[in-house]
Ligand binder design. Sequence first.
Ligand code: PLP
Length: 386
Amino acid sequence: MTRITDLIHSGDHVPGSPAPLTTPIFETTTYLFDSAADVIAYNEGRSDKYLYSRYGNPTVVAVEEALASLDRAERALLFSSGMAAIATTLIGSLCAGDEVLCAAAIYGGTLHLLHDLLSRFGITTRFVSLEELASLGPVFSERTRVVWFESPTNPTLRCVDIRTVAAACRARGVLSVLDNTFASPLNQDALALGVDLSMQSATKYLNGHSDVTAGVVSGPRQLLAPIERARRLLGTVLDPMPAFLLGRGLKTMAVRVARHNENALAVARALEGDARISRILHPGLASHPDHAIAAGQMSGFGGMVCIDLHGDYDRAVRAYDRLRVIKRAASLGGVESIVSLPVLTSQWGHSDEQLAAAGVTKGMLRLSIGLEDVADLLGDLAHALG
Ligand SMILES: Cc1ncc(COP(=O)(O)O)c(C=O)c1O
């Protein structure tokens, strides 16, 4: 063999098993077969080999197994982002002519995907208020195939009775999907509450370190099968390197989420009653409009807090600009506290009507409370509001 050929073929195969404690990063797009018979066995489902990483990769599969176990699901599928998870789930589960019932209080990306993009392919969406969603009976139509909702919602943290929505969907054979990003499975056991599929942006609490973009959908194998087929065709699967980082983040998730819960509740309680704030929204506060619902389905209330400075955009911008410890950035669920102005980020581009339907005002600040010392966060907020 020449040196040129050797450069390509030598050193690739680790002899024996080094038995690593953690799952290695299988940074490969394709896999070796010993013979044509070997390929045939794979094609016929008689082999545990891999063919191509867009179809499956050992690092990705290992993290999918961890996520399935977290959600107590038969299976979990990983995607290259939360939006990839949402789009692939909808495309894999729907046909032209089908209708989606979606809560109007929903992440902006989900709203635009349904309203602007999937509508071009004959999938229509009816956006309904949380009140309509809670009394689902009358809002179903003959064509309704999927109900898509969040609880708590982004950014107002409203909660919907998940058991009721799931039961109404099941009774009509409609697929129910909960975007469980804000709560995470450690605070809210979506599948145990009855929804068919649980979806999350793994970019947030699952990874927890603001350095990976990923999404996940978990549930029964049978419901995930058409979504997995769509993932192969759309190519929306996660790469092994971010899957590895996500898997590492998962190992500390329970400790992180407990601290997020504790810090956010402490911040919400400390700010409650402050005259500079017209409304403070956190599902753990007894004053929250959906506290009773949240208490009935959440074991912890999450790390998100939303404050409204009397609907006044200028006041919100002033406070936003004055924060020093809490970082001005989009996203949530990382170890560092983050603040966003929903009208400039998650609800950017919404009409006044869409903002009103989502319950979002121009004076709102959305806080993703991190793992810092809560005294430093309270000091920062006092300075920003002062
Ligand atoms: C509730 C919710 N769902 C889905 C998404 C989309 O996830 P990603 O940004 O990972 O695509 C987000 C993003 O902020 C979100 O907040």
